[in-house]
Design a protein around this ligand. Structure first.
Ligand SMILES: Nc1nc2c(ncn2[C@@H]2O[C@H](COP(=O)(O)OP(=O)(O)OP(=O)(O)O)[C@@H](O)[C@H]2O)c(=O)[nH]1
Ligand SMILES: [Mg+2]
Length: 252
């Protein structure tokens, strides 16, 4: 069991959650709150690093297999000559996703959680320092690919500027209402694998409406990393965000 959220494995800094409890369960709640605020403290520290260095930070969250790494591969291909790109790859096991994005020309550090179903700010902090060492400085854009899971990553702020939630066409159109926190805490929603729309009952308009009813501020993109449809709009959005971030740095 994941010690923080009850759905993964150990290897968190949160062992106390199950060690201290009373019959009402009240103490469990108190301890969990403390642990989350510890995550938030480190997340704010991460944000200080990134604001000081003018790094745009994008946290990608979705179910396993929604197309996060494939979208990153496309994104790196499109932007690698313009920006220094660093990637922190979150997975339970293996170096596979880091190898995939390195092959496209980005610097990458694999963060393996050993069982936990989401990334937490302290591991990201460690990973970021390893990444800057590898790159010899800060990136312009840091992508954090969270562990494939549409539930728990929504509860852990990592210090990012933009949280992006992805749903792929084969997953089904009912997901925003079933996993509302991912949509309520994100700034961007990407519908992926649109090349598969002819084969699935997936009503794009309805899904967008449902997502926007949960969070009217969401910016929505529809993309296919296979055909390239919609990728340009996503890339333009990232260019705009980098400009904003660098602009904020100059104003300081
Ligand atoms: N048809 C189609 N397949 C896609 C698209 N994007 C990704 N895929 C396929 O979907 C599968 C999963 O893609 P990944 O990019 O590895 O998904 P992920 O979200 O990174 O998966 P995890 O890291 O395991 O959570 C792969 O077989 C991809 O080739 C797309 O736009 N269209
Ligand atoms: Mg991946």
């Amino acid at each position: 069991m994941c010690d923080v959220c009850g759905c993964g494995e150990h290897n968190h800094e949160s062992e106390n959650l199950f060690k201290v409890s009373d019959e009402t369960g009240r103490k469990n709640v108190e301890i969990k709150k403390n642990l989350l605020s510890k995550n938030d403290q480190v997340a704010m520290h991460n944000k200080e690093h990134w604001d000081r260095d003018g790094v745009l930070v994008i946290n990608l969250i979705s179910s396993p297999g929604s197309g996060k790494t494939t979208l990153l591969e496309r994104t790196i291909e499109a932007l690698k000559d313009e920006f220094k790109i660093g990637v922190l790859e979150g997975d339970i096991e293996t170096e596979r996703d880091a190898e995939r994005v390195r092959a496209k020309g980005a610097a990458a550090v694999q963060l393996t959680t050993g069982g936990a179903c989401h990334l937490e700010a302290p591991l990201v902090h460690k990973g970021y320092h390893a990444l800057t060492k590898q790159m010899g400085g800060a990136p312009d854009i840091l992508f954090i690919e969270n562990v494939g899971n549409l539930v728990c990553p929504s509860s852990f702020y990592l210090g990012e500027d933009v949280r992006v939630v992805l749903i792929s066409v084969p997953e089904g159109a009912d997901k925003p209402a079933k996993y509302p926190k991912a949509f309520k805490t994100s700034q961007v929603f990407i519908i992926t694998k649109t090349d598969l729309l002819p084969y699935f009952d997936f009503d794009v308009k309805k899904v967008k409406e449902e997502a926007l009813s949960l969070n009217p501020k969401l910016k929505v993109f529809t993309v296919s990393s296979k055909t390239g449809e919609g990728i340009d709009q996503w890339i333009d959005f990232l260019r705009e965000k980098v400009k904003e971030k660098k602009g904020a740095l100059q104003e300081k």
